[in-house]
Design a protein around this ligand. Structure first.
Ligand SMILES: C[S@@+](CC[C@H](N)C(=O)[O-])C[C@H]1O[C@@H](n2cnc3c(N)ncnc32)[C@H](O)[C@@H]1O
Length: 353
């Protein structure tokens, strides 16, 4: 790439970054949906009134969105006033519930933007180790939106496909533990399908457990429960208690990954198995250059996973730590491992050696 082409790329990058801030505001305030509901080109005042916002801000935002070609402007009006609308075929992409991962990440952008100054301080040799949990609270809802719909049922199906004995085990009745369950959506998905099994989700984050418990109660799912617990220090009387243990994207966040794995091993029944699920990044950066999820995963790792692990004294493995390193760690923890990779996840099926 020539220097001039790269400079053009930087200009585009700046423009897209600025636009993404405005799109994020629109997604969070539901402005695109209001525009869509209004069903015709509207003036800034009309949108401000309908969305219960200040006209001055709406006017500037509409200008930003129109000049970035996110929405359209219409000028053919007798009163000479400009009006704005979202083309119908763009509306699904501009709504958090229908826009897929792009819309949800843009919705969640302020979580990362809010910690940037703290992150810069963490870079410095004499700066803090990391960032505490507080500014990341909203990620529980962001993740829940990100994976709403088909994600958890698809992941459940992948696990069943990867482990032939799993479905019959769960249909007969088994005890399942998820460590680092976050919103609890995965356990709830399992519990709805396998009603004879008992599912238990734990997380060290009290807000996540509150959310998981409340949503399970609202959905009246009786074979799932959640509790705030440290997956690196499970109760001593849980030894040999579980048929199946799951973690999804937790080991790379843990403050003591080795301890978490040894606890997983301890609480499994002798013939039990564990599914450790993480991202399918390779341990060498040069092997990740063409992955479609690389950009998102490195960004989330830098702005969230590494600083939050390191703040609490962890090694900050991050989500790009990679398959090769993870396989080595699992083997050291005494597991026999079968790794199954696709573009979205790495599934390590672990049994006792
Ligand atoms: C990246 S999030 C993944 C959440 C969920 N599994 C998902 O995929 O949406 C990592 C989760 O692990 C939890 N976690 C980290 N260390 C933990 C520990 N020692 N014990 C229990 N949970 C832990 C965090 O609170 C967070 O909810």
């Amino acid at each position: 790439m020539s220097a001039a082409t790269f400079a053009e790329r930087m200009l585009q990058l700046k423009n897209d970054a600025f636009t993404s801030l405005g799109v994020s505001v629109g997604l969070r305030l539901g402005l695109f949906e209001v525009l869509g509901d209004m069903g015709r080109p509207v003036t800034p005042r009309e949108l401000a009134t309908r969305a219960n916002c200040k006209e001055k801000y709406i006017q500037q935002w509409l200008g930003q969105m129109a000049c970035s070609d996110i929405i359209k402007i219409s000028t053919e009006h007798a009163d000479g006033e400009e009006r704005y609308y979202v083309p119908e075929d763009r509306l699904p992409s501009l709504c958090v519930d229908t826009g897929g991962a792009s819309a949800v990440w843009l919705y969640g952008l302020p979580v990362f933007a809010n910690v940037q100054h703290q992150l810069e301080e963490c870079f410095r040799a004499d700066g803090p180790q990391g960032i505490p949990y507080e500014p990341y609270k909203e990620l529980i809802q962001v993740r829940s939106k990100l994976f709403a719909g088909r994600f958890w049922p698809n992941l459940m199906k992948q696990l069943a496909d990867n482990i032939p004995s799993l479905t019959s085990k769960l249909e007969t009745g088994a005890s399942i533990l998820e460590i680092g369950c976050g919103s609890g959506d995965f356990m709830k998905t399992f519990a709805r399908k396998f009603t004879k099994s008992q599912f238990f989700g734990i997380d060290s984050c009290s807000e996540a457990i509150k959310y998981a418990s409340e949503t399970a109660a609202n959905d009246k799912i009786s074979n799932v429960a959640f509790a705030e617990k440290d997956g690196q220090n499970l109760p001593s009387d849980w030894s040999g208690m579980y048929d199946y243990v799951i973690t999804v994207k937790v080991i790379h966040d843990a403050t003591d990954p080795k301890k978490m794995l040894s606890e997983i091993k301890r609480v499994l029944k002798p013939d039990g198995l564990a599914s450790i699920i993480d991202l399918p990044m390779r341990s060498k950066v040069s092997e990740n250059l063409h992955s479609p999820i690389t950009n998102t995963v490195y960004t989330a790792g830098l702005f969230h996973c590494i600083p939050s692990s390191m703040f609490y004294g962890g090694p900050g493995l991050g989500p790009c730590w990679g398959v090769e390193n993870m396989e080595e760690l699992l083997a050291t923890a005494g597991f026999k491992v079968k790794t199954i990779l696709n573009e979205q996840i790495a599934h390590y099926v672990c049994t006792d050696k």
